[in-house]
Design a binder for this molecule. Structure first.
Ligand code: ADP
Ligand code: ZN
Length: 747
């Protein structure tokens, strides 16, 4: 058999490796790499992806080769540079290639059907044909209201929006059309994309922006892989730098890929891209419908849309002729996917840029230590924005030492208060000036645990090794790991003693603000209140319209928001994220505190930040107080070096989970022994930690164990992981084993 008769195929099934198939005569000449095909696999048919010609396997095996049954599309869904990236991901993260490809494609393309063309949406716009209401409308108040609305928003608005603002507007507008005062236009729009609330192009860049933009322009003009870190303090105008770089890439006919942590939390950034580049932007977020996803994929693939802005999975968007990759807030933990293909999108973005010969910009006010170390080693070039736009000052930050500053006299409830006098005074003062407050606490619920006053037993989940959180709005205790909820117990199960509500959550902070500052309009933003993307958008919009004075929330309030009315940010408890048993706890604390502090003083009024803490001496707390990121990073990097943690070590976590505690423990030991026997020579520096019970020893009734592998380079780990993967075939299926390469969370 000649090699051209053989095809290498990734099968869309959870199986390792590439498979060889025969190309039947009728299909030869019709195949190109990246095409979706249909192949026999096992006893049934399966979706496959043609990767290229294959080299013939040994004689004996060639006999059994099966033919490709069908080609499902004329032009390949997967462009060549994406195939290269997906191959890398499968290899690096130890995940079956076919499954990797399936997770990259929109659901519409993972079925074994012929490709369908996704249709765009049509949106109706009402356009005013006059510049003021004529006299004849005086006796038609509804019509004059609808027209007034249109004129107030610039003479043109989506019909849907007018109908939303004014009840019955559809009918009213029809009457206005009859009078020749309004026209209805139909426009083709990309589905799932709403008009963005944009901001104009600033007349002038700041000198620092200008310098950064110049360097990026030169890099884009030259072409080729060039990685940059854009380290800019909060409010320094990083987005404008991205926009100018995207413009430059477009001027060379090149596409751009922009990754952001969470679209719903960054509507302003998306709005700026939409208002600058209009329909040339595909917005890829997790709430898209299947059909919308398919539409964007096809538009990008055809090159009719050249910019993709999206969340982590957008790293796989088929942008044509890629010239620029941007990762905004590159330190954000949401770039790591925590199930199935456990990839880090920021890392894959750099790999993709390298493979495509593109410029890549990683932007942040608090870069990850991994990125910082790459910059220190000269792998990435650093661009710095040390000042805020318009010479606005950085917020002043002060500490409230909770060991000295007892919160004011008990409330008319059983719990001790949590808001100290300086916090309450500052909040009242800010609200009196008509300005806004953000109150940050990274814990949901009312009380984070219940403890018996007599015997000290805490109320735990029966299925998980964690304490239950009390949610007052539901009057229930809830497990934040498995979601189980029970009515609030009225006494201790062990000794019938009374239960104390301990550990503060956002729900309780909200209640205390309402009680202490009755004149304040308070709202809470966390996963319990923002139950849908729409609800979240609505809350953020309402805060932006200043209908809310105090916004209490979890890290959802800390993200890249730009609310000019916010002049006070309070951190209710800086210590919550410090105590987590994870080597990244200090880094994460520093990031969170700096990000949330960065929400203050972004408008014309200067901002201030108050941080309540029991640990005023903790390094991240002390350093963020004086905006000393470099000092913090320096010290933290030294500590990581001494303790051999990333970025000085590459890691892989092997996690086990099983119903039976004995069986899981025994498999963990078995894998531990296997790895110990397979260890490469000591000079490679590979180390095995464990097996050990995971820090959270049980979730959903399943016992958890883990093994950690550390090595100076990923290359030293890779062969060991490959052998481990083969070994997993022998493991009883009752114990689930996952390999997490470059793990983010240690719990
Ligand atoms: P960052 O992402 O660095 O926190 P943003 O990109 O959100 O900052 O910019 C902060 C604010 O400054 C935004 O409202 C933005 O529109 C505005 N801005 C950015 N660049 C300029 C400029 N050159 N002149 C005036 N305003 C600017
Ligand atoms: Zn539970």
């Amino acid at each position: 058999m000649s090699p051209s008769n053989l095809a290498s195929v990734a099968v869309g099934r959870p199986v390792r490796g590439e498979f060889t198939y025969v190309v039947p005569e009728g299909l030869s000449g019709r195949l190109s790499p990246g095409q979706r095909i249909l192949v026999p696999f096992g006893r049934s048919m399966s979706l496959g992806f043609f990767l290229g010609p294959a080299t013939p396997p040994p004689e004996a095996e060639s006999v059994k080769l099966k033919p490709i049954m069908k080609v499902l599309e004329d032009s390949p869904s997967l462009p060549p540079d994406l195939i290269a990236l997906l191959r890398f991901a499968a290899e690096h993260y130890r995940y079956p290639l076919g499954e990797v490809i399936k997770s990259a494609l929109p659901p519409g393309l993972t079925k074994t059907e012929m490709e369908k063309e996704a249709k765009p949406d049509v949106q109706e716009f009402a356009v005013a044909l006059v510049t003021e209401a004529p006299a004849i409308l005086r006796r038609a108040p509804a019509q004059s209201a609808a027209l007034a609305y249109l004129l107030a928003v610039g003479g043109r608005a989506p019909l849907e929006e007018v109908a939303h603002a004014i009840p019955g507007a559809r009918e009213t507008l029809r009457k206005l059309v009859e009078r020749g005062l309004v026209r209805i236009d139909e426009e083709v729009i990309a589905p799932g994309v709403k008009e963005g609330l944009g901001q104009g192009r600033p007349a002038q860049l700041t000198p620092e922006q200008d310098a950064a933009v110049k360097e990026l322009h030169t890099a884009i003009d030259t072409g080729g892989f060039q990685p940059f870190l854009l380290h800019g303090v909060t409010g320094s105008g990083k987005t404008e730098v991205y926009l100018r770089a995207v413009e430059r890439a477009l001027s060379h006919g090149k596409g751009s890929l922009v990754l952001v942590p969470e679209i719903a939390l960054t509507p302003q950034l998306v709005g700026r891209f939409r208002s600058r580049f209009g329909a040339d932007v595909a917005v890829l977020h997790s709430a898209l419908k299947d059909r919308e996803r398919l539409f964007h994929w096809q538009a990008l693939r055809k090159g009719t849309v050249r910019i993709a802005v999206g969340v982590r999975s957008a790293v796989f968007a088929p942008v044509e002729n890629l010239g620029l990759v941007v990762v905004d807030e590159e330190h954000d933990p949401s770039f790591k996917q925590e199930d199935k293909l456990r990839y880090q999108a920021r890392d894959l973005a750099v790999v993709r840029a390298k493979q495509a010969g593109a410029v890549v910009v990683l932007g942040s006010a608090t870069p990850s230590l991994e990125t910082l170390e790459n910059t220190r080693r000269g792998r990435y070039r650093k661009l710095e924005l040390k000042n805020r736009v318009d010479d606005r000052p950085m917020p002043t930050i002060s500490l409230v030492d909770l060991r000295q500053e007892r919160p004011r006299e008990p409330l008319a409830q059983e719990e001790a208060p949590i808001l100290s006098a300086p916090l309450l005074d500052a909040m009242a003062e800010t609200i009196a000036k008509g300005q806004q407050v953000i109150l940050f606490l990274n814990r949901r619920g009312h009380s984070t645990f219940l403890i018996c006053e007599v015997c000290g037993t805490s109320v735990k989940c029966s299925e998980c090794d964690v304490c239950l959180t009390y949610h007052r709005s539901q009057n229930r205790v809830v497990c934040h790991y498995c979601g189980v909820a029970h009515p609030l117990p009225d006494h201790c199960r062990e000794c019938t003693g009374p239960l104390l509500k301990m550990g503060v959550g956002t729900e309780r902070v909200e209640a205390e603000v309402a009680e202490r500052i009755p004149q304040a309009r308070v709202a809470r933003l966390d996963r319990d209140s923002a139950t849908s993307a729409e609800r979240l958008t609505e809350m953020l919009a309402s805060f932006a319209r200043r209908e809310i004075d105090v916004l209490v929330g979890t890290q959802m309030v800390a993200k890249g928001h730009d609310f000019p009315g916010v002049t006070l940010v309070c951190v209710v408890m800086a210590d919550t994220s410090l105590a987590i048993p994870d080597f990244r706890a200090a880094e994460r604390t520093f990031h969170l505190l700096t990000q949330v502090a960065g929400r203050a003083g972004r408008g014309k009024d200067p901002g201030r930040v108050l941080v309540q803490t029991y640990n005023p001496e903790a390094d991240p707390v002390k350093r963020m107080l004086v905006h000393d990121f470099d000092g913090f990073a320096q010290r933290e990097l030294e500590r990581r070096k001494v303790l051999a943690w990333p970025p000085y070590t590459r890691m892989a976590a092997v996690r086990l989970e099983g119903e039976s505690a004995e069986q899981t423990a025994s498999v963990a030991r078995q894998l531990g022994d296997f790895l110990a026997r397979q260890m490469p020579p000591a000079s490679w520096g590979v180390r095995l930690l464990g097996p050990a019970v995971a820090p959270i020893s049980r979730i959903r009734g399943r016992t958890r164990w883990q093994l950690l592998l550390k090595a100076p380079t990923h290359a030293a780990l890779a062969p060991l992981l490959a052998r481990l993967e083969m070994k997993l075939v022998d493991i009883p299926s009752a114990v689930r084993v996952t390999i997490d390469v470059d793990p983010a969370a240690m719990l």
